[in-house]
Design a protein around this ligand. Structure first.
Ligand code: MIG
Length: 685
C-alpha cells in the first residue's frame, strides 16, 4: 500500500496494477492521509473523504452523495450523463440494439467527476476487473464502488469541473490530435461491397458535399480473416484506396481481434506464441467472425509489437489511413444470451439493471488467460486493459507506417483517449435511440474521451427518413460524424434520402462544415488541455441545478449551445438557456438566461455572450473578452472591448454579432462596418 502526491493529484495504491499512471509533478500539491480506512485529501478549495475497505481480494470504496451532487463519467452508458441514482457495471460488453437503462455497454471507464455547487473533483478507480458503481441507487446518500481487485485510487483536483479533465489528462495521458480529415463527414455501412459499388456511393455523395472518409466493414475480408481481402469483391484493393485518395477521401478499414486458427495463415503464425491461452497452457479458441479463432494477448509487449507490424504492413501495402477497431471488448460468440432481464426493465423505462455476471461472461473469452511477465492472469481480472493495449499497439503501427494515426474504437478504458476516438456502438434506429444517443455521447465525452461519435441514422433497425434527417442534425457537432447502418437497413447516405430529408441532411452537413474551424480549435484544446468537446450543460454551468437535468441539448465547447429537434413531427422545440445572454444564429434574436424559449429554427443553435468562434467565412465575436484560438497554422489572439478589436494571426473577416456599429477599430485602424442580419460585418483586414 502506498500514498503518493502529485500536482493536483493523489494516488493510493492498494495493489499492483499492470497499467499504472505516474502523477504529474508540480504545484499545487494536495494534502492527503490514509489511516487504513479513510482516505482524506484536500486541494484547490475542495476536501474529499473516501472510506476504503478491503474484503479479501475485493475492495469497496464509499463516498457521501450530496443532495445536490452530480456525477459524470464511467464511459459508454445508456443513461443520462449525470449518473446520479444509477447503478453501473464495470465490464466491457457488446450489447446490440441497446435501450435506455441497459448496462453495461462497450466501454467502461472507471473515472468519475463529482460536481457539487460549482466545485468538482475526479475519482479514478484503476482496476480493469469486474466492478459495480452504485451512485445513490442502493443507498440513497452514498456512492459505492466495488471491484474484484486491489485497485489504485486517484483523486484528481481542479479549479472547476473542466480543470479536473485537465488533471485527468495529465495523469492518464493527453488525447491524441486527430488528423484534420477525421473531423469531416465519414461514410460507412455494413458493408459497402463490391469495390465498384463502394466507389459509386462515395462518388455520388462527394458530388453533393465534401466527404472525408469511407469505411470498409468486415465483408472486404476473405472469410473475415484480418489483414486479407476478398479479391472477388475487391479485385484491386490498392487501386480502390488510390482512387478514393484522388477524390480526397481516406479509407478506414475495420480490424477485429479474431485471429483465425488456420495453419498457413500468416498472422496466426506470427502471433502464435503470444495468443491467449487456457488453464492448461493450450491455445484458447473461441468463435468469432472468421470461425474458430485465437485472440492476441495485447497485454504482452511482444504481441503488441507484432500486431503493430501487421497493422503497419497492412496500411502501407494498401494505402489505408485509419483503423476501425471493433469487437474489442473483446466479444466472442460462445453464447447467444439475450439480455432478457435487462431488456424487460429497459422496456419498462426502469433504472439500469445490470446483466448478470453469467450473461456477461458468456460473451467474453471465459477461461482465457493472459501471460504477463511469466505470470498467468485470468482474462476477467484484466478485461478493461484489452482494448487499451490493442489501441496502443495499433496506434504505434500507424505511426510506424508514417500515418497521422486515426483509430475508431468501440471499447476502451482509462487512457484510451491517447490513441482512439470512440463511438457508441449498435444503437437502434428509433426516436428513443436518437435521444439515447445524445445521452450516451455526452456521457462518454464527459468520461475523458473528447473524440466521440455515434452511428448517424442509428445502427439497428430501419428507422424512418425523418428520423435519419434529424439524426444528421443532432450529431452535426459531434467530434466524429459518421453515417453507419446495419445490414438489412435502408440507405442513410444523404444522397439516398427522399428529397425533403436529403435537403435537411445536406444542410446539417454544411452547417457542421461551416463550424469546422471551431471544431478544430476544440480538438486542439482537447489535445492540449484534456477538455471535452461536446459537453453536458452541467459541465459549463456547474452551479446551475437545472443544467444537470438537460440531456437533449449540448454545449459545443464553451461558446455554442445546440438544442436539436429529436421528436417525430416536431417543427419547434423548447430550449433551456442557462445564465447569460444568448444569440440564436438562425434568427439573430438575443435571449437572456436562465430561461426557457421556444425555437422555431430547424437547428436551434445559440452563441453565448463573451465568445469568439472561428467559422469558415469569418470570426464571430459576441460580447467582450479576450480569447486564444487554436488553428493548425498557429495560435490566434483576439480581444474585443467596445468598438475596438485586436487581432493577432487572424486574416479573415470579422462579425460583431448582435450590434450595429458604423465603424470598428481593428488593431487601431478604423474600418467601416456592414450591417447584416446577425450584426456588423467587417471585411478581412
Ligand atoms: O457482430 O462488423 O458495432 O458497427 O458494423 C457485429 C459488423 C460486428 C458490430 C459493430 C458494427 C459493425 C458490425 N459489428
Amino acid at each position: 500500500m502506498s500514498l503518493e502526491l502529485g500536482r493536483k493529484s493523489v494516488k493510493l495504491a492498494l495493489g499492483r496494477q499492470i497499467l499504472s499512471f505516474p502523477l504529474p509533478a508540480g504545484e499545487p500539491r494536495p494534502a492527503a492521509e490514509f489511516d487504513g480506512k479513510s482516505l482524506r485529501a484536500t486541494c484547490c478549495g475542495v476536501g474529499v473523504e473516501l472510506l476504503v475497505e478491503r474484503r479479501g481480494g475485493a475492495t469497496v470504496v464509499r463516498k457521501r452523495l450530496g443532495a445536490r451532487e452530480h456525477v459524470f463519467g464511467l464511459g459508454t452508458r445508456a443513461y443520462p450523463p449525470d449518473r446520479r441514482r444509477g447503478r453501473f457495471i464495470l465490464f466491457n460488453n457488446d450489447l446490440y440494439g441497446y435501450q435506455l437503462g441497459m448496462d453495461p455497454l462497450y466501454a467502461s471507464i472507471p473515472f468519475m467527476v463529482f460536481v457539487e455547487d460549482g466545485r468538482a473533483f475526479g475519482l479514478v478507480v484503476n482496476s480493469p476487473a469486474y466492478g459495480v458503481v452504485d451512485v445513490g441507487f442502493s443507498k440513497y446518500s452514498e456512492v459505492v464502488v466495488e471491484v474484484e481487485d486491489l485497485p489504485e485510487l486517484y483523486i484528481l483536483f481542479g479549479e472547476g469541473p473542466l480543470d479536473v479533465y485537465t488533471t485527468y489528462s495529465e495523469v492518464t495521458g493527453r488525447p491524441f490530435l486527430p488528423p484534420s480529415w477525421a473531423l469531416g463527414l465519414h461514410l460507412s455501412r455494413y458493408s459497402y461491397e463490391p469495390q465498384d459499388a463502394a466507389a459509386e456511393v462515395v462518388r455520388e455523395v462527394a458530388r453533393e458535399v465534401p466527404l472525408d472518409a469511407v469505411y470498409l466493414d468486415i465483408d472486404y475480408m476473405e472469410g473475415y480473416k484480418q489483414f486479407t481481402w476478398d479479391l472477388r469483391k475487391f479485385p484491386d484493393p490498392a487501386g480502390f484506396v488510390h482512387e478514393m485518395r484522388e477524390l480526397g477521401i481516406r479509407v478506414v478499414a475495420i480490424v477485429d481481434p479474431y485471429i483465425k486458427a488456420e495453419p498457413g495463415y500468416r498472422p496466426f503464425r506470427e502471433l502464435l506464441d503470444c495468443l491467449l491461452v487456457t488453464e492448461n497452457d493450450e491455445l484458447f479458441l473461441a468463435r468469432g467472425w472468421p470461425g474458430l479463432s485465437a485472440l492476441p494477448d495485447f497485454l504482452n509487449p511482444k504481441c503488441r509489437e507484432r500486431w503493430g507490424d501487421l497493422i503497419a504492413d497492412f496500411v502501407k501495402t494498401y494505402g489505408i489511413d485509419g483503423v476501425w477497431l471493433d469487437m474489442n471488448e473483446p466479444t466472442v460468440f460462445n453464447c447467444d444470451a439475450l439480455a432478457t432481464r435487462s431488456r424487460i426493465y429497459a422496456l419498462a423505462g426502469a433504472t439500469p439493471h445490470g446483466l448478470t455476471k453469467e450473461e456477461l461472461l458468456c460473451k467474453a473469452p471465459r477461461g482465457a488467460y493472459h501471460v504477463v511477465e511469466g505470470e498467468k492472469i485470468p482474462h476477467e481480472r484484466v478485461r478493461g486493459l484489452y482494448p487499451y493495449f490493442e489501441a496502443e499497439a495499433t496506434y504505434r503501427g500507424l505511426l510506424k507506417a508514417g500515418r497521422e494515426p486515426f483509430i475508431l474504437s468501440r471499447s476502451g478504458y482509462l487512457g484510451i483517449q491517447k490513441y482512439a476516438a470512440l463511438w457508441t456502438g449498435d444503437v437502434p434506429s428509433t426516436w428513443e435511440g436518437l435521444r439515447l444517443t445524445l445521452m450516451a455521447v455526452l456521457g462518454l465525452s464527459a468520461s475523458g474521451v473528447p473524440f466521440v461519435g455515434a452511428d448517424v441514422g442509428g445502427f439497428a433497425g430501419l428507422g424512418d427518413y425523418e428520423l435519419i434527417a434529424r439524426w444528421y442534425q443532432a450529431a452535426a457537432f459531434f467530434p466524429i460524424y459518421r453515417v453507419h447502418r446495419d445490414k438489412g437497413t435502408t440507405d442513410a447516405e444523404p444522397t439516398r434520402l427522399p428529397a425533403r430529408y436529403r435537403h435537411m441532411a445536406l444542410e446539417a452537413i454544411k452547417t457542421r462544415l461551416r463550424f469546422l474551424p471551431y471544431l478544430r480549435h476544440l480538438a486542439w484544446a482537447a489535445h492540449l488541455h484534456g477538455y471535452p468537446i461536446v459537453r453536458p450543460l452541467g459541465l459549463e454551468f456547474p452551479d446551475d441545478e437545472d443544467a444537470f437535468k438537460i440531456h437533449d441539448e449540448y454545449m459545443v465547447g464553451p461558446f455554442l449551445l445546440f438544442a436539436p429537434i429529436v421528436d417525430k413531427g416536431a417543427k419547434q422545440r423548447d430550449v433551456y438557456l442557462p445564465r447569460g445572454a444568448w444569440l440564436e444564429l438562425s434568427t439573430g434574436k438575443t435571449h437572456l438566461g436562465p430561461s426557457w424559449t421556444l425555437s422555431e429554427s430547424d437547428m436551434p443553435l445559440y452563441i453565448r455572450s463573451g465568445s469568439a468562434v472561428p467559422v469558415q467565412d469569418g470570426l464571430y465575436i459576441y460580447g467582450e473578452g479576450a480569447w486564444t484560438i487554436y488553428t493548425d497554422g498557429g495560435v490566434v489572439e483576439v480581444a474585443r472591448e467596445g468598438g475596438k478589436v485586436r487581432l493577432r494571426g487572424w486574416t479573415g473577416g470579422v462579425y460583431i454579432l448582435g450590434e450595429m456599429l458604423d465603424e470598428v477599430y481593428i488593431n487601431g485602424a478604423a474600418k467601416p462596418g456592414l450591417a447584416t442580419k446577425l450584426g456588423t460585418y467587417l471585411d478581412a483586414p
